[in-house]
Design a protein around this ligand. Structure first.
Ligand code: AMP
Length: 276
């Protein structure tokens, strides 16, 4: 791609990602952050067939948390396009291509990054889609165009999609989750100001890092993100329903409860499931 994923900038993107990513097992997801030529260290490997999942749901529904838990339980790698853009946003301006610079502006406003930019990033990381360990895609695809491109890629590589998990939550709860979310700037642990507060206000329990509110969790951006979801991403529900791939899961309760519900639904659909 033309951007931070060119060789020189790619290395910077990876080292930034390594500094700022939360511990996820010990897998550094190098191939996702650096591009297909990198090798992941200590990736979890499934004991049975790999799971290849797409997570759908409005912003704030908890897809990132579920992707993390599903990675731990099903051992499929957590692939988040939002994480990629956030890692790129930490690069200096001169390390970003014009397309990536523009992508940062879209992200800051809560708008979707254009499909061409997103697809360039994902296509460059197609080894992650082919990976024998499987994947949990979080935040991609987000438009019908992206879903079609992913379908074509998977069909051409003869890779089956296991399921698309669609998380549902009432709008008022989504807005509360997003506006109260705080993230540690060092280890990326996530808190909620009322639901899951840190012991000391503004300070991470794990590493003492400063807690911050994501720019796109500010009220104006939340509104824009919800509108973008309704307009561009909600149609994917029908798209995947027509392919008989959709599983709808209530995103209420604790993260562990939601994960257990998800795995039960996957078991019911697939018959068996290898769980770590
Ligand atoms: P997320 O962490 O998934 O909520 O993504 C954060 C932001 O990154 C989104 O609000 C978009 O601006 C951008 N983004 C991430 N993934 C995509 C995608 N698949 N298509 C378009 N924009 C994306």
């Amino acid at each position: 791609m033309s951007g931070p994923d060119k060789p020189q900038s790619t290395n910077r993107l990876q080292s930034r990602a390594a500094q700022s990513e939360p511990a996820q097992g010990r897998n550094d997801r190098a191939a996702w952050f650096q591009g297909s030529s990198a090798e992941c260290s200590d990736a979890l490997r499934p004991s049975g067939l790999p799971w290849r999942l797409v997570l759908l749901g409005a912003p704030g529904v908890g897809k990132g948390t579920q992707a993390y838990l599903l990675n731990q339980r099903l051992r499929a790698c957590h692939l988040s396009t939002g994480d990629l853009f956030r890692a790129a946003s930490k690069l200096g301006e001169c390390d970003r291509s014009p397309a990536m610079q523009a992508a940062m502006d879209y992200m800051r406003r809560g708008e979707l990054v254009p499909d061409t930019t997103v697809w360039e990033m994902v296509r460059e990381r197609s080894a992650c889609i082919r990976c024998a360990g499987g994947f949990v895609l979080d935040g991609f695809p987000r438009t019908l165009g992206q879903a079609e491109l992913l379908k074509q890629l998977m069909e051409s590589e003869k890779i089956p999609l296991s399921a698309v998990v669609n998380y549902e939550l009432p709008l008022a709860e989504i807005v509360d989750r997003l506006s109260g979310r705080r993230t540690c700037e060092k280890c990326k642990a996530v808190y909620h100001i009322t639901g899951q507060p840190s012991k000391v206000e503004g300070m991470c329990d794990h590493c003492g890092g400063r807690l911050f509110q994501r720019e796109d969790d500010l009220p104006e951006s939340i509104k824009v993100r919800m509108e973008a979801y309704e307009r561009s991403t909600a149609p994917l529900i029908e798209f995947y329903q027509s392919q008989r791939a959709l599983l709808t899961i209530a995103a209420t309760g604790t993260p562990d409860e939601i994960c257990a519900r998800t795995i039960s639904a996957l078991v019911a659909r697939a018959g068996t499931v290898a769980i770590a």
